[in-house]
Design a protein around this ligand. Structure first.
Ligand SMILES: [Fe+2]
Length: 295
């Protein structure tokens, strides 16, 4: 693996935005040497019962970027989220920037293109995104170099973004007292997730790790930042050198007990399109589908 320690001299400035409806943490990552920034894992608000879409969370991020005179270079999705809708296209329309996701988005599109019976007009080649990241790719946020690590297992397209001693790990791990992400969605795999987590834990011990979600385990305050050292020592699913076998056994039993996320059906349909709603019909109306007994 590359020596990330030597690249950690320039540290990003990181601003968090917590979404109370989906327990998602979005980030603005700024280059300290310029006005360039990136947004990681934005949210589009939905009242699913009413079929209503709004943009309060994304508007907060847009306002922050405008107020600080920042230039948005990238809008990153760590993976195709199953529990919230992405605000990426809305933010892109307002501020520009390129939308990036892991190259295995094509696998996710193929899987859920079938689940939602999308026609041939739904492209499964990732072309809805501006950039598809492979393992070990790099991109710039001004003077900051970000390296992408493929960390599949929760989903096939999960990527970790490593920049200046910090890593945005999506849903691979949660805070140490909350463990790891489920691996039972179509295309998920517990063994693969274990290997991806080991890859993250092989980063330097003082690497700051930023979560995509937190649920305030056991009544504590919401938290989203830890370190490699803390995860190795304390993570309840993988810490203290838990073996691959122990992890896979635990994950398999646990995942079988979990309900589907409340927003999985709208989330997947929108997020596999890079955050766009399905195309309008001839009258200009938009619809989301509910596949029966398919998930
Ligand atoms: Fe997720």
């Amino acid at each position: 693996m590359k020596d990330f320690q030597t690249e950690a001299t320039t540290k990003p400035e990181i601003k968090d935005f917590f979404d109370t409806a989906s327990n998602t943490i979005s980030y603005v990552v700024k280059d300290p040497n310029s006005n360039s920034c990136a947004v990681i894992d934005s949210v589009m608000d939905i009242d699913y019962a009413a079929g209503r879409i709004t943009y309060d969370h994304a508007d907060n991020i847009i306002a922050y970027i405008k107020e600080n005179g920042l230039q948005l270079e990238w809008i990153i999705e760590t993976h195709v989220h199953a529990d919230h809708l992405s605000g990426a296209p809305y933010i892109q329309r307002e501020l520009g920037g390129k939308i990036g996701v892991g190259a295995n988005i094509t696998i996710v599109q193929d899987t859920f293109g079938k689940v939602f019976n999308e026609g041939t007009e739904f492209q499964r080649d990732g072309s809805q995104f501006d950039r598809l990241f492979e393992d070990g790719d790099t991109y710039q946020i001004g003077s900051l170099t970000v390296t992408t690590l493929a960390t599949p297992g929760h989903t096939p397209a999960c990527m970790t973004h490593v920049v200046g001693g910090s890593a945005f790990i999506g849903d691979t791990m949660f805070m140490p007292d909350s463990g790891s992400a489920r691996a039972d969605f179509p295309g998920g795999d517990a063994e693969t997730l274990y290997d991806s987590i080991q890859k993250i834990l092989s980063l330097p011990d003082d690497t700051r790790l930023f979560m995509c979600h937190d649920y305030g385990a056991h009544g504590r305050d919401i938290a989203w930042e830890t370190t490699v050292a803390e995860q190795k020592a304390e993570n309840i699913h993988v810490g203290k050198g838990k073996s691959r076998e122990e992890f896979v056994d635990f994950r398999t039993v646990r995942d079988a007990e979990l309900d589907m996320p409340k927003l999985i059906i709208p989330s997947l349909q929108v997020n596999m399109r890079a955050g766009n709603l399905p195309p309008k019909d001839e009258d200009g109306n938009q619809f989301l589908k509910v596949p029966v007994n398919a998930l």
